[in-house]
Design a protein around this ligand. Structure first.
Ligand SMILES: N[C@@H](CCC(=O)N[C@@H](CS)C(=O)NCC(=O)O)C(=O)O
Length: 259
């Protein structure tokens, strides 16, 4: 194995994977795009769990190094491949960027799972027997109780409403920050912007763009993000829930990608 080779274990529609693919594309880094087969629960296989004990995508390998957690991967890539910097040079700027990362990981990233699961993912469970579901859950590590709670029915309407409330809180904060833009922490396009993109794209794809209907700065930010060349590389055809005729969890063979 080449010492410097980058491999991203991911799947097309995973928001956390989209974040890392966006970083790789901004930096024009070539990597092997290993598509984990979600429909076969490859992320819960013994082999994958050795790489990522959380049983989630993405995972990055860089030579022999294994890096997990999309925000950590994003920062790792920015530190190691600094030619196209995605973090402010000053400590205060970096602190503001990281405060966004913390908020995004805790609030909207968790919130968006609820309508995503209810609307698009739970139908995958319909044809599985109770035994199959139980044996899948038995292999889960950090997500075991989350999926046990969702069961076959998904979240209640109340939980869904609370998630939308948290997504609204997110875009209101974005709007405030963008008043001093053009980007989330000022002049520079940073990881704070990239970390928000998959959530807003997912919201847009599942009919939640109305949540920012009165916040034109957020709409304008998203339009500018979508015009960046990295956007279409991270969100290639088949990687969005809106893509008609393509299964949301469609997977393809592992392939070499020049990001
Ligand atoms: N904190 C992790 C979360 C990753 C995560 O939740 N990945 C989802 C896809 S976006 C996943 O693999 N889910 C698998 C499952 O729920 O079974 C990260 O940021 O990488």
């Amino acid at each position: 194995m080449s010492e410097d080779k980058l491999t991203l274990y991911n799947w097309a529609t995973s928001t956390c994977s989209q974040k890392v693919r966006f970083v790789l594309a901004e930096k024009a880094l070539p990597y092997e795009d290993y598509r984990v087969d979600a429909l076969k629960s490859e992320h819960l296989s013994d082999r994958y769990l050795k790489l990522n004990p959380n049983g989630v995508v993405p995972t990055l390998t860089h030579g022999l190094n294994v890096i997990i957690d999309s925000s950590v991967i994003a920062e790792y890539l920015d530190e190691v491949f600094g030619d196209v910097p995605l973090s402010p040079v000053d400590a205060y700027g970096r602190a503001r960027m990281r405060a966004w990362r913390q908020f995004i990981d805790e609030v909207p990233t968790a919130a968006i799972r609820v309508p995503s699961f209810n609307g698009y993912i739970k139908h995958l469970w319909a044809n599985k027997s109770d035994e199959e579901l139980e044996s899948l859950n038995a292999k889960r590590t950090v997500r075991k109780h989350f999926y046990e709670h969702l069961g076959r029915e998904g979240s209640s309407q109340g939980e869904e409403a609370r998630s939308v409330e948290m997504l609204r809180e997110t875009v209101v904060r974005m709007d405030r920050a963008l008043a001093d833009g053009p980007w989330m922490v000022g002049e520079q396009f940073t990881l704070a912007d990239i970390t928000l993109v998959p959530t807003l794209v997912r919201m847009s794809d599942i009919g939640l763009a109305r949540v920012w209907h009165d916040l034109p700065r957020v709409a304008d930010w998203l339009a500018r993000v979508e015009r960046r060349p990295a956007f279409s590389q991270a969100f290639y055809p088949g990687s969005r829930f809106e893509t008609r005729g393509t299964h949301p969890l469609a997977t393809h063979k592992s392939q070499e990608t020049a990001a």
